[in-house]
Write a protein that binds this ligand. Structure first.
Ligand code: NCD
Length: 351
C-alpha cells in the first residue's frame, strides 16, 4: 500500500489517486473478512474513537461506531441534547474535553462549515496527536460518504477489482438539491479525481451555474490540486439529458431544513421534473444503478417503488459499504499517526 500521510480527514480536495487507491483497497480487504463476534479484528485495540455529532445522524454515526468496534477500538458517543453544550460550552471545548480523556480519533459532524477543520487546527496548535475525521460539516464536505459512494460504484462496475480505475470514463449523473449537499461536493472531488465525468442536474434554485467550475481550482488555502487530470463536470436542467448516456445516477434529498427561502413551491412538480422513477430510467440507454445517501423523502426525489427495488437501487449496499470504508479510514488515520510519532521519536533518539 502506498504512503498515507494525512493526520486528519476534512475534505477530499486534498486526496491524490494513491489516497483513493489506499482507501478502496483496504476497504475491500475489510469487506471480505469476517469481522463480527469473536472474530473481531484487533487492529485498534486500546484505541479510543469518539463520535461528536452536533447535528442529527442515523447512518453515519452508527456506521463509524460499528466500524470502530469491528476493529476492537473503544467507542465514546457524545449526545448534544444531554451535554454541557446546553450550559454554553463551545464545540471546541467539548472536543478538548474528549481529547483530555485520551481520544485518538474525533469523528465530528456540525451544521456549520469548517467546525471540524477549526478543531483540527486547534489540536495541531496545542500539539495534540488526536485525529479529526469530518462526519459532515454544513454544506462543505462529507468525505466518508463520498468514499463509500465511490466504493459502491467501483464494486458495481468492477466487482472483482473495485478500485479507482473502475470509474475511468464513466458518466455519473447527480440529480437534485446540489446546492445544499455536502455529499454532492465530496462526490464531485472523488468521482472526477478517479476519472469519471459528472453530469449535474437540477432546477436553477438548487443548482447554480458556478457548479460547472467546482473542481477547476483547489479551495482557498490549498496550493495545488493533487490530481493531474480530472473528469469533467457538465450541467443540465433536463433529467432526460442527464440520464441519456449515464452509467449511474446519484439522487439527493431535498434538504428542507437548510432552505431559508422558499426555493421550491411545488413538490409534485419537482417530483415530475426531477424525481427518479422506473419511468424516468427508461431514458437511459441501459439499466443503470441508482444511489441515494439517505435519509430519503419517499415520493419526492425518488419514487417509493424504485427505492424498494433493490435490483436497481443500491441504497442498502451504500449503507453496508459504509462500514468497511470507515474501518479503512479509522485504521489509516490511526496508523499514520503512529508513523508520524515514530519518526519524531526516531529523530529524537538519533545521535
Ligand atoms: C447526508 C448528510 O447528512 O449530509 N446523509 C448522510 O450522511 N447519509 C445527506 C442528507 O442529509 O441528505
Amino acid at each position: 500500500m502506498s504512503e498515507w500521510n494525512h493526520r486528519h480527514l476534512i475534505d477530499l480536495s486534498h486526496f491524490s489517486l494513491e489516497d483513493y487507491f489506499s482507501v478502496l483497497q483496504l476497504a475491500s480487504r475489510f469487506k471480505s473478512l469476517p469481522t463480527t463476534g469473536a472474530r473481531k479484528l484487533p487492529a485498534l485495540q486500546g484505541r479510543l474513537v469518539t463520535t461528536l455529532f452536533f447535528e442529527p445522524s442515523t447512518r453515519t454515526r452508527s456506521s463509524f461506531e460499528l466500524a470502530a468496534k469491528r476493529l476492537s477500538a473503544d467507542v465514546q458517543t457524545f449526545s448534544p441534547s444531554s451535554s454541557a453544550l446546553k450550559k454554553g460550552e463551545t464545540p471546541l471545548d467539548t472536543a478538548l474535553t474528549y481529547v483530555s480523556m485520551g481520544s485518538d480519533v474525533l469523528v465530528i459532524r456540525h451544521s456549520c462549515t469548517s467546525v471540524p477543520e477549526q478543531i483540527a487546527q486547534a489540536l495541531e496548535k496545542n500539539g495534540k496527536p488526536t485525529s479529526v475525521l469530518n462526519g459532515g460539516d454544513g454544506l462543505h464536505s462529507h468525505p466518508s460518504q463520498g468514499l463509500l459512494d465511490l466504493f459502491t460504484l467501483a464494486n458495481y462496475f468492477e466487482p472483482n477489482n473495485p478500485l479507482p480505475s473502475a470509474l475511468v470514463n464513466k458518466r455519473i449523473a447527480i440529480v437534485g438539491d446540489i446546492l445544499h449537499s455536502r455529499v454532492a461536493r465530496s462526490n464531485l472531488w472523488a468521482l472526477t479525481g478517479c476519472g469519471a465525468d459528472v453530469i449535474l442536474c437540477g432546477p436553477p434554485s438548487l443548482l447554480p451555474r458556478e457548479f460547472s467550475q467546482f473542481v477547476d481550482a483547489p479551495p482557498p488555502g490549498q496550493s495545488k490540486d493533487p490530481i493531474d487530470i480530472r473528469g469533467k463536470i457538465y450541467l443540465t436542467r433536463s433529467l432526460k439529458n442527464a440520464l441519456e448516456g449515464a452509467d449511474a445516477v446519484i439522487t439527493l434529498r431535498l434538504q428542507k431544513e437548510r432552505m431559508q427561502h422558499n426555493l421550491l413551491t411545488d413538490l409534485n412538480r419537482y417530483h415530475r421534473d426531477y424525481g427518479i422513477t422506473h419511468q424516468s430510467l427508461n431514458w437511459c440507454e441501459k439499466q443503470i444503478p441508482v444511489l441515494h445517501p439517505g435519509p430519503v423523502n419517499r415520493g419526492v426525489e425518488i419514487s417509493s417503488e424504485l427505492l424498494d427495488d433493490h435490483s436497481i437501487c443500491l441504497i442498502e449496499k451504500q449503507v453496508s459499504n459504509g462500514i468497511p470504508i470507515r474501518m479503512a479510514l479509522l485504521y489509516l488515520l490511526t496508523t499514520s499517526k503512529d508513523r508520524l510519532s515514530n519518526s519524531t521519536a526516531d529523530a529524537l533518539s538519533s545521535p
